[in-house]
Design a protein around this ligand. Structure first.
Ligand SMILES: [Fe+2]
Ligand SMILES: [Fe+2]
Length: 228
């Protein structure tokens, strides 16, 4: 869709400009996020957030909405990205921020949930240790929802086939989450994921079966109710 972001830009047009493989990833991360939030609200440490978190639902889908403004040829590239291309990809949280700032009413949901959705899209590549992008936030300064999406986003990236490597199994993804807890990931959230890893394996299996049906197109994706 090019790099132009303007007021009045329709959400369905924005989504339709994102390659289907990316939309499937967004859908899977939305489902994984939903599962992780469902578990988190059962823990005492998140009781203050129960109300908001339990109503977030599948809105993790929108975390990569900013990819609509990354050139499609980069998103679809079957080789490793060059440093220059990677720099462009890393702009997607910034584009999401600009889009939502110019179009604050594009999603008709209650404001508290909407602000979580925006935070997920803007901050999901921040790292617990401050080494992420685009704002180098660290620890609790990263919005909670973005720390949740970060774990689910990584899990999906690890377990998905890349042009330059095979998909890694669930077990391997759990190992990587464990290794990176406290550096890349919020250690408490990573711990909840790992304590309940069997549930995520079930979600992953269900998703893998669905993905074997390559016929799933954009219409089915919309109809599945993963987003508004
Ligand atoms: Fe992302
Ligand atoms: Fe993502």
């Amino acid at each position: 869709m090019g790099a132009k972001i303007f007021p009045g830009q329709r959400l369905d047009t924005v989504i339709a400009s994102i390659p289907i493989q990316e939309l499937w990833h967004m859908q899977r991360v939305g489902e994984l996020t939903n599962e992780l939030l469902r578990l988190m609200v059962q823990y005492a440490s998140y009781q203050n957030h129960v109300d908001k978190l339990s109503r977030f639902n599948h809105y993790g889908f929108f975390h990569d909405i900013g990819k609509a403004w990354i050139p499609v040829e980069i998103l679809k590239k079957s080789d490793l990205l060059t440093p220059e291309e990677y720099k462009k990809v890393k702009m997607h949280p910034v584009y999401a921020k600009e889009y939502f700032e110019k179009n604050p009413d594009v999603i008709d949901i209650e404001p508290s949930i909407k602000s979580l959705l925006f935070d997920a899209a803007v901050y999901h590549h921040e790292r617990w240790d401050g080494g992420g992008y685009p704002y180098n936030l660290s620890g609790d300064n990263i919005p909670l929802i973005a720390r949740v999406v970060a774990v689910c986003d990584a899990y999906d990236a690890i377990t998905t086939k890349r042009p330059y490597r095979e998909a890694k199994p669930h077990k391997e993804a759990c190992r990587e989450i464990k290794t990176n807890a406290g550096t890349q990931f919020d250690p408490d959230i990573a711990a909840i994921f790992l304590e309940n890893e069997k549930g995520f394996r079930v979600v992953h299996r269900r998703q893998s079966l669905r993905m074997m049906n390559e016929e799933v197109g954009i219409k089915e994706l919309f109809d599945s109710g993963c987003y508004l």
